[in-house]
Ligand binder design. Sequence first.
Ligand SMILES: [Zn+2]
Length: 261
Amino acid sequence: MASFELVSGAPASPVILHVPHSSRHIPADVRAGIVLDDAALERELDHITDSHTAEIAEAAADLAGLTPWRFVNRASRLVVDPERFTDDREEMTAVGMGAVYTRTTHREILRPDGTDPEPLIERYFRPYARAMTEAVAGRLAVTGRAVIVDVHSYPTEPLPYELHGEGPRPPVCLGTDGFHTSPELLAAAREAFAPCGETGLDSPFSGTYVPLDLYGKRADVGALMVEIRRDTYMTEPGGPAGPGLPRLAESLASLVDAVSG
Ligand SMILES: [Zn+2]
């Protein structure tokens, strides 16, 4: 079974809601390579998982006028993080959080030093990247363009692993890319999320995900990251969703509607 899922939307929709960090699932053979005991692993998953973001994306898809496509990681980011670079470009490698993490959010050991990332990259990272590339290519082929909206959440208080944790932490942080995030896309997001409170730009997390084969090459692939501060919709860390979730789903649906036409 694949560790990710492409949920079809309307054929005419150019939008893909990408949800890379919502799952806590770790296959047993991957679990065996993690040194934390079960209680510590649950605590780490509470901190690192973008809990309930798959539900936010699903609710938004149901509300949208033209149903967007959804690409959802069904495995935890502790298996592989599909949004990291696997080469020297990845600044998170410095804190043991490249594509295959070796450190926790609190800078403790997750996997032993010297762990070879390649088997997990081959088994999980590359198939994911290929499938996401194909999903985007599918939208391009049918609609002539694609819009990737990357759906994340982030903790209200900075975690020790964060490299840019000193910056502003607004209710909604919009992550942008100089090539793929048009001013129109950004303006649509600011308007759509205005009911959820202040929106900020690229702090505390910046950039947005585009499959590498298309990154910096195809201007008809739009992309924007939405990072939702967790106190706006859930009990932290790792707790249940609260009454803020439907409002965020409505805002995300508004953004989908604004960029689908
Ligand atoms: Zn995330």
